[in-house]
Design a protein around this ligand. Structure first.
Ligand code: AKB
Length: 344
């Protein structure tokens, strides 16, 4: 008998940490974690098995099909927006071909099992692309089908993979004599910038929010790479995990679309600065915009409309801006760095 498992790719990433810690505590869930790097020691107790390997390694994925009965896939592995611009073709391989490989794995799993396999995909506000700042400031809350002209490789990858997921779920091999033998239940979330108390993101462009906070908590000066008036939607990590699980668990009959916005608060960089300074008054934060990264952030919406998620699967974040800082980020970060050795 093959073991029933939940597969999580990109296990070492920010979302991977939160999701594995959460799911790994449930008695009825066996987490298979996949990552190119060795697994963070802290995550090991929560995993049934860790596999070190690349989502581009088709042999490896093939062996997983043989060994496990994968009921759900949370495909978190990706190269984020800033890093992707340094090598767009590599980003395309990891973000698109990697996703294609996982969709293919889901198809094979579904064929073996004779039932549908859930595929949960974190997309991003990077899937949007507003042409200029004036349009961004005028646009207000953006719905899923508006302004989908991303200017980054990462954003193009995310948007295209949403389409791929929809294709695999609804039209895969539509000309085959028996196209209905496999079924993938593809569901995607468009995340805003995420802020975690436990981890600092790498390679993203919304990273200035979490970086500012983590630097302040460690007493390290921080130079913010966007202007003070830059506004983006953000969400605290526990809400990101909550939304992934809510979407995963929602009855299929309730879903009217396969891609949903989710968000919580949308401060400017200066507002994040002011909150951070109110908790860490001696923090040193300066603003020195990096023109190209600023341009990317200026193309992303200042706010997104998540009423479809609210309506279809009762989405509501637990943490608004005040609560995210006062009840989650500040207490957890203070504890984290009180335990950690001071930076040299
Ligand atoms: C990034 O900045 O690339 C990500 C994202 C907004 O998806 N955090």
């Amino acid at each position: 008998m093959r073991k029933e498992v939940v597969l999580i790719t990109g296990a070492n990433g920010e979302i991977g940490h939160g999701l594995i810690t959460h799911l790994g505590q449930k008695d009825d869930v066996n987490v298979i974690a996949l990552d190119v790097q060795p697994l963070d020691e802290k995550l090991k107790p929560y995993c049934y098995r860790f596999i070190q390997g690349d989502i581009l390694d088709q042999m490896l994925l093939g062996r997983m099909v043989v060994e496990f009965e994968i009921r759900s896939i949370f495909h978190l592995a990706s190269i984020l927006s800033t890093k992707a611009e340094y090598n767009p073709e590599t980003a395309h391989r990891v973000n698109v071909e990697g996703t294609l490989n996982l969709l293919r794995l889901a198809v094979e799993q579904s064929q073996w099992q004779g039932q549908s396999v859930k595929f949960i995909y974190p997309s991003s506000i990077a899937a949007y692309g507003l042409p200029d700042l004036e349009t961004k400031n005028r646009a207000q809350k953006i719905k899923e089908d508006q302004w989908c002209q991303p200017i980054t490789m990462y954003g193009c990858n995310k948007l295209y993979c949403e389409h791929l997921g929809r294709y695999y779920a609804a039209n895969y091999r539509q000309l085959a004599a028996d196209p209905g033998r496999s079924s993938i239940d593809f569901r995607a979330l468009r995340f805003p910038g995420l802020i975690s108390a436990d981890t600092i993101p790498t390679g993203g462009t919304s990273d200035y929010g979490p970086e500012m906070l983590h630097a302040a908590a460690q007493g390290i000066p921080y130079r913010c790479f966007v202007r003070e008036d830059t506004r983006l939607p953000f969400m605290a990590m526990p809400d990101a995990i909550k939304s992934l699980l809510m979407l995963h668990n929602a009855p299929k009959s309730a879903l009217t679309q396969s891609v949903y916005n989710v968000t919580s608060f949308n401060p400017t960089a200066l507002e994040i600065h002011d909150i951070v300074l109110s908790y860490f008054p001696s923090a040193e934060v300066t603003f020195k915009p990096h023109d190209s990264r600023q341009r990317i952030v200026d193309s992303w919406p200042g706010d997104i409309d998540d009423t479809a998620a609210q309506r279809d699967w009762n989405w509501q974040p637990d943490y608004d801006q005040d609560r995210a800082f006062s009840e989650y980020l500040i207490p957890a970060i203070t504890k984290l760095y009180a335990q950690a050795p001071k930076p040299a």
